[in-house]
Design a protein around this ligand. Structure first.
Ligand code: ZN
Length: 380
């Protein structure tokens, strides 16, 4: 494979130093994906993945998230695009090497300047890399705009090949949101079919995850403190996995998500995003609450925070068992960020305002209900 035939249209997030590197991919022999790095073209620097390296959907997800479309430099006359709250890719400051990490634009100091040379100063809040958690100053030259969109079809085709292989290998394996238990795969030899017969409901001999089913239901054990926020106005058929993928893509935080069943009359539903750490939740909250953008489904329905509060509490970790079962995440219900100033944003904002108006009515009625209930209770 000659390097000049490679289309360097992707970025790969390295597992070694967590930085993003420009790369291109080539499918070889219908079962291998070769990742070539733009600045390290010698074949010895390539990373090669084989279909047989993967054995679960989780692994495919992790692999898919390594890649995204190549981020783009910003034109000197387009500096207004780098607005407060936008996630950008920027040059890490720790060394001479050009390594890119993600950062949120915390503040912008605009200056009058010609369209030829931007003189603005940007303050970046680093999301990972050596500067993680701190704010540093940057120029426009240091910043690339992250592109959100489909990655190179070669990556997609490769993941399809893996999925087909996994499907054949474990036809009876059904995906659930049970936290990954390493013992299950370790104790099972690689060519055995993995089945989890007691996955849903059955209180029989459910001790394979190291818990008795009885205890799980009583909530006596395996409770963990969680930090969470409640969301409203979600699509009724939103898949929690899609939520967690989206959150991870946008904030680099691994969260858990649950979507609750809704009433038949309701056109929306509620859900929860949970993490094990308050700082992580704050980041997610800031992302969802960013006034420069809204999160919408493909039909345009905007996410709404149910309360302006970060909550915490213990949850039975097997609460997931009561999650409606999703066979697969349909692409029908995609999630995206729409930015202030766009037509999509204007529509989403109108829908959000309408929803908030409705909810205020509802909250008024709820207060009334509490009062009326108290009256009856006191009278008896
Ligand atoms: Zn500027």
């Amino acid at each position: 494979m000659t390097s000049h035939s490679v289309n360097y249209n992707l970025e790969d997030r390295s597992t070694k130093d967590d930085a993003w590197y420009k790369c291109g991919v080539v499918l070889e022999h219908e079962n291998r994906l070769r990742v070539k790095f733009k600045n390290l073209v010698q074949p010895s620097n390539d990373e090669v993945f084989s279909v047989s390296d993967f054995s679960s959907n989780d692994e495919i997800d992790i692999f898919r998230r390594r890649f995204r479309p190549e981020s783009e430099p910003v034109g000197e006359d387009e500096c207004r695009k780098v607005a407060e709250g936008v996630m950008v890719s920027a040059v890490g400051l720790d060394d001479k090497q050009l390594r890119y990490f993600d950062a949120i634009v915390d503040a912008v100091c605009h200056k009058e300047h010609t369209p030829k040379k931007c003189l603005c100063t940007y303050f970046l809040y680093w999301q990972h890399g050596p500067e993680e958690g701190i704010i540093t100053e940057a120029n426009l030259d240091d910043i690339h705009l992250i592109k959100h969109g489909p990655v190179d079809p070669t990556v997609v085709n490769f993941t399809k090949l893996i999925k087909e292989k996994i499907k054949v290998k474990s036809a009876s394996f059904e995906f659930t949101l049970i936290p990954k238990n390493t013992n299950i795969s370790k104790d099972t030899s690689s060519n055995e079919t993995i089945t989890r017969p007691q996955e849903i409901g059955s209180a029989g001999n459910g001790s394979h995850v190291g818990l008795s089913a009885g205890k799980e239901l009583e909530g006596e054990k395996e409770t963990k403190p969680y930090h969470y926020i409640i969301l409203e106005n979600l699509e009724k058929d939103l898949c929690p996995l899609l939520m967690t993928d989206f959150i991870r893509e946008q904030t680099l935080i691994t969260a858990q998500a649950y979507v609750f069943p809704s009433l038949l009359l309701e056109t929306y539903t509620r859900g929860v995003i949970m993490v094990d750490d308050e700082t992580k939740l704050k980041k997610i909250y800031e992302f969802i609450n960013n006034p420069n953008q809204l999160i919408v489904s493909s039909s345009g329905r905007p996410w709404v925070l149910a309360e302006d509060e970060l909550r915490n509490g213990a949850f039975n970790t097997n609460l997931q068992r009561f999650q409606p079962k999703y066979k697969s995440c349909s692409t029908k219900n995609d999630l995206m960020v729409v930015r202030l100033g766009t037509e999509e944003y204007a529509k989403a904002k109108e829908l959000k305002d309408l929803y908030l108006m409705f909810r205020n009515h509802l909250n008024g009625l709820l207060k009334r209900l509490v009062m009326e209930e108290e009256k009856i209770t006191r009278a008896h």
